[in-house]
Design a protein around this ligand. Structure first.
Ligand code: 7TS
Length: 413
């Protein structure tokens, strides 16, 4: 069994920052193992939003009065923090959206409808979340573009040996997840982006599971668009981010029309505001954007490298413990190529029953298809149970998971 190396941060101090973690569920300490679906929030994020509503609340980019200016300033500071966090060259490249899903839809509709022609190709992978699949299906149907897929091999990694054949001058966009929310696989985005550039294709990365868990630098990756969600990275729900390279965003038509996104409006036509406002129609999620800025501060203060290292340690420990359970099938690649997401099934027990029994033991895991139905078909599993980790997860919670699974086996024989 692996000796657990202590993380580079004080785990108990980190846990003290998250008020929700300190409670009992069904008479057991809560073991929250569903951060892939949504992370918990540190008190400083909750307090920042509370504070905004108590002291500064007003609409942004509109009023000339003090509160509105302060609200605008706070939101723009958050944008600047996020730009720094992912290595964006300009704050204008940070578009606030509702979530990863909306960020991808923005590119699919604004860029896709303007640029895709019949016969053009979009290259995806077989492990995409529905939010990086369905928007492309809709846009492909509207434009006559074709969808191609990088296959997933038996070990849960992308099979890249055929990449040369899949990428041609007809490929206009490659859109892929940085880390699978089912298998935990971390994809070699930099390598794939370099190959895509050889044929002149743009690259969109679904960073919903990467930006929260390890350092992501858009320049270093050589990509064109990055989509991620605030709620998976210690921030609130209702706010997400699209990063795009400025010349691309400037050339794209708007996604949604309305207030804030215009320069001037006539009865029959209008002109568009500068970036980022062109893509931020209507009143944004102001408190949430500010909260996300604080979440980024928090993650940066702990250190993204330290978070990644701690999660890998924990994953190694969890894999060894789970592999010790008779009848348990664990999906996905070796620990070196994955993050803290473990999907599994217990022989003869439906994943939903596994999750229900675990809940009785205070362990929160998700069960189902995890919005990846095509991948589940490949795994030949209608559903999996999934335990996922974050910076606040402890080895004791993994032990609690393992005890819960033993209980599950006892109940279902
Ligand atoms: N992409 C990936 C890789 C994801 O894991 C998710 C959410 C999304 C996109 C969509 O994010 P949203 O914030 O727009 O909803 N994944 C999950 C999950 O695995 N369980 O619940 C949500």
């Amino acid at each position: 069994m692996t000796q657990m190396i202590a993380p580079q941060f004080d785990l108990e101090r980190i846990r003290a920052d998250f008020p929700i973690l300190h409670q009992q569920v069904h008479g057991h300490p809560l073991a929250y193992l569903d951060s892939t679906a949504s992370s918990q929030k540190p008190a400083l994020v909750i307090d920042a939003m509370n504070d905004f509503y108590r002291r500064t609340n007003a609409n942004v980019h509109r009023g000339v009065y003090q509160l509105s200016e302060q609200a605008t300033e706070a939101m723009e500071q958050a944008r600047a923090k996020i730009a720094r966090f992912i290595g964006a060259r300009s704050v204008r490249e940070i578009i606030f959206t509702r979530n990863t899903t909306e960020s991808i839809n923005l590119v699919a509709h604004a860029w896709g409808r303007a640029n895709l022609r019949p016969g053009d190709r979009i290259l995806l992978t077989e492990m995409e979340h529905h939010s990086n699949l369905v928007p492309w299906q809709i846009v492909a149907q509207a434009t006559g573009a074709e969808l191609l897929f990088i296959p997933v091999d038996g070990t849960g990694r992308l099979a890249l040996d055929g990449l040369d054949r899949l990428l041609t001058e007809r490929t206009k966009l490659v859109a892929l997840t940085h880390m699978s929310n089912v298998l935990g696989t971390i994809n070699p985005v930099k390598v794939i982006a370099a190959a895509a550039k050889q044929v002149g294709a743009l690259v969109l990365v679904d960073g919903a599971q990467s930006v929260p868990h390890f350092p992501v630098d858009v320049g270093e990756l050589g990509i064109d668009f990055l989509a991620f969600s605030g709620h998976k990275m210690c921030g609130p729900t209702g706010v997400g981010v699209l990063w795009g390279r400025k010349p691309l965003l400037q050339a794209m038509p708007p996604f949604l029309g309305g207030g804030s996104m215009i320069r001037s409006v006539g009865l029959r036509s209008s002109s568009w505001n500068d970036l980022p406002h062109k893509f931020e129609a209507g009143t944004p999620a102001i408190a949430e954007a500010i909260g996300l800025g604080y979440a980024v501060d928090y993650l940066a203060s702990v250190g993204m490298d330290a978070i990644h290292q701690a999660e890998q340690q924990l994953t190694q420990y969890a894999v060894e413990r789970l592999q010790g359970i008779d009848g348990l099938t664990l999906y996905g690649p070796a620990v070196a190529e994955r993050g803290g997401v473990l999907s599994f099934n217990l022989a003869g027990v439906h994943a939903h029953d596994v999750a229900a029994v675990l809940d009785q033991q205070g362990v929160a895991v998700r069960a189902g298809h995890h919005c990846c139905q095509p991948l589940m078909e490949l795994l030949d599993a209608p559903a999996t149970a999934r335990a996922s980790f974050y910076l606040y997860t402890t080895p004791a919670e993994i032990d609690q998971l393992v005890r819960g699974l033993e209980k599950c086996k006892a109940i279902f024989g």
